[in-house]
Design a binder for this molecule. Structure first.
Ligand SMILES: Cc1cc2nc3c(=O)[nH]c(=O)nc-3n(C[C@H](O)[C@H](O)[C@H](O)COP(=O)(O)OP(=O)(O)OC[C@H]3O[C@@H](n4cnc5c(N)ncnc54)[C@H](O)[C@@H]3O)c2cc1C
Length: 495
């Protein structure tokens, strides 16, 4: 069956669903995206409230450098992203220590000169990995075609592959140890803080290859997306519509209709039904399981460890206290305990060049911290007052950490809104509000897009290579690759 004859329904207008939808619409498929909210972007949305435009979760544009996934996607779709490179990706603050994360790593090398050989190795690894991922990653392997493609890449870059292999089974901590850096508590804390916000786990558990690419972000560059990160999803939605597709908001899918190994349509909360030849679910596997049991392999083989959710504050503030920052973003580490649960925060301030994002003289600030979802749902079960008490505790904790570095912070807050895992669950449809992707502990226990249905695929940050804008776009390409293979093998009517 020709792609042009296919009706493809995408559940969810997150970056993963939109990127897949936009690429398929560009190729001629009939694409309909159904989105529960009234705007696109999910975890990477920008929403309006009381005159502010807040980034909901993601704030940093990454993967936009030449040849990287967002750059390639834009070129393929004819989109020019409204981006500005940040001179400093973000500033790291721990007590009196301030480090600007810049492409040349100057501050880091000055503070930790003995780490130079580690960064040289990280740089070499990241270069290899970017090269290896060009044109997509057929991973996890499904069939002989994938093996052949991997083998071709492996042979073409034979010496690079040899260099990479030992890292595939190492943790980041073992990698640090190989440079004698594991005994420097300040350096380990710095690395752990970077890994937690990128690969969703710390050096003892993070896979070294995942860590190498995550630590590359300040080098390849962070970008400011004009209008907020949500501009990316709005442009992708626009591309789908320009190519004859539709993005329908306030359309929550509540049912996926299936018979044996085929899905044939979806139903939405307003009682509408839509037929589909193929369905792409921009959902986590747990959320998808609420509609259909879709696992293609025993779940035990893919358990990635406990997932994080987020506690987020959206603050309207007077911007003066941030005026000395070299970037719109600052990562603040509190005391010496665990990095999550308010003890480390990531703060993003709307740019002074974007007065439209806040009422006159003010700025829109998003602050996030990692939190486990369970206590929030338990509190919610106990009742509104227990839940709101917990919310107040976390709000104060986050503001305490912010005030350690910006003592005037509390005095310049004009409005405050908090989002908990309960909010994130309601807002993204993700079970337990688990956002931010999976902990990248192993390259061999990752999920791909396939489900037990022949024409239902996953897309988004629950599949390899996981979280971030470039991550989900790379994953979306893999979803399309497998979908196209299916359409070539056999049309959906004959399956
Ligand atoms: C706090 C935080 C900070 C982050 N920071 C960054 C960053 O700075 N840079 C970066 O690159 N990445 C960052 N990330 C990661 C990045 O935001 C995500 O990996 C990515 O946006 C996930 O996209 P997705 O396509 O998987 O789906 P999601 O964003 O989860 O989108 C799924 C969409 O599906 C919709 N939906 C769900 N169920 C249904 C249904 N039944 N019917 C219809 N629609 C439905 C939801 O409403 C949502 O719009 C951050 C994430 C978080 C949470």
């Amino acid at each position: 069956m020709e792609l042009q004859d296919l009706n493809i329904v995408v559940i969810g207008a997150g970056i993963g669903g939109l990127a897949a939808g936009a690429l398929l619409a560009r190729k001629g498929a009939m694409v309909t995206v159904l989105e529960a909210q009234d705007y696109p972007g999910g975890c990477a949305a920008t929403f309006s409230r009381n005159g502010y435009c807040f980034d909901a979760g993601a704030t940093i544009g990454c993967g936009f450098h030449a040849g990287a996934p967002m750059d390639t996607l834009g070129k393929e779709l004819g989109i020019t992203w409204p981006i500005v490179p940040e001179r400093v990706a973000w500033q790291y603050r721990h007590r009196a220590r301030l480090l600007d994360l810049q492409p040349n790593r100057l501050d880091i090398l000055e503070r930790f000169p003995h780490s130079a050989p580690f960064w040289a190795e990280q740089n070499a690894l990241a270069k290899l990995l970017w090269h290896f991922s060009e044109g997509g990653l057929s991973w996890p392997v499904k069939g002989a075609g994938d093996l052949l493609r991997l083998a071709r890449k492996g042979i073409a870059g034979f010496f690079g592959t040899l260099h990479l292999l030992p890292f595939a089974r190492k943790t980041a901590h073992e990698w640090l140890a190989s440079h004698g850096l594991h005994t420097d508590p300040d350096f380990v804390r710095f690395i752990d803080a970077q890994l937690l916000i990128s690969v969703q786990t710390t050096s003892h558990h993070a896979n070294a290859i995942n860590a190498a690419i995550a630590l590359d972000l300040p080098v390849t560059g962070a970008y400011h997306v004009k209008g907020g990160i949500g501009t990316v999803s709005r442009m992708l939605a626009g591309s789908i519509e320009e190519n004859g597709g539709a993005v329908l908001y306030r359309n929550q899918v509540i049912r996926i209709d299936s018979v044996r190994r085929q899905v044939f349509g979806v139903e939405t909360s307003d009682g509408s039904a839509l037929a589909a030849d193929y369905v792409l679910a921009n959902l986590t596997h747990d959320s998808l399981a609420q509609f259909v049991e879709a696992e293609d392999e025993p779940a035990s083989e893919k358990k990635e460890g406990p997932l994080w959710s987020a506690f987020t504050l959206y603050l309207g503030m007077e911007p003066a206290i941030f005026s000395a920052l070299p970037s719109c973003h600052v990562q603040i580490i509190g005391g010496n305990g665990d990095l999550a649960e308010g003890n480390s925060i990531f703060v993003s301030v709307s740019s002074p060049d974007e007065p439209d994002r806040a009422p006159a003289g003010l700025c829109a600030v998003t602050i996030s911290t990692h939190t486990r979802p369970e206590p929030w749902f338990e509190a919610k079960k106990r009742g509104e007052s227990a839940y709101s008490e917990l919310k107040d505790v976390y709000t104060e904790r986050v503001l305490d950490v912010l005030s350690e570095q910006f003592p005037d912070a509390r005095n310049v807050i004009r409005s405050i809104t908090a989002a908990t895992p309960v909010t994130w669950e309601r807002y993204t449809g993700r079970n337990q509000g688990c956002v931010g992707g999976y902990p990248q502990t192993s390259l061999f226990k990752v999920r791909g897009p396939l489900t037990r249905f022949d024409n239902l695929f996953l897309v988004g940050d629950s599949i390899f290579p996981g979280q971030s804008l470039p991550g989900v776009v790379t994953g979306a390409r893999r979803t399309i690759e497998l979908l196209l293979q299916r359409t070539k093998k056999v049309g959906p009517q004959q399956q």
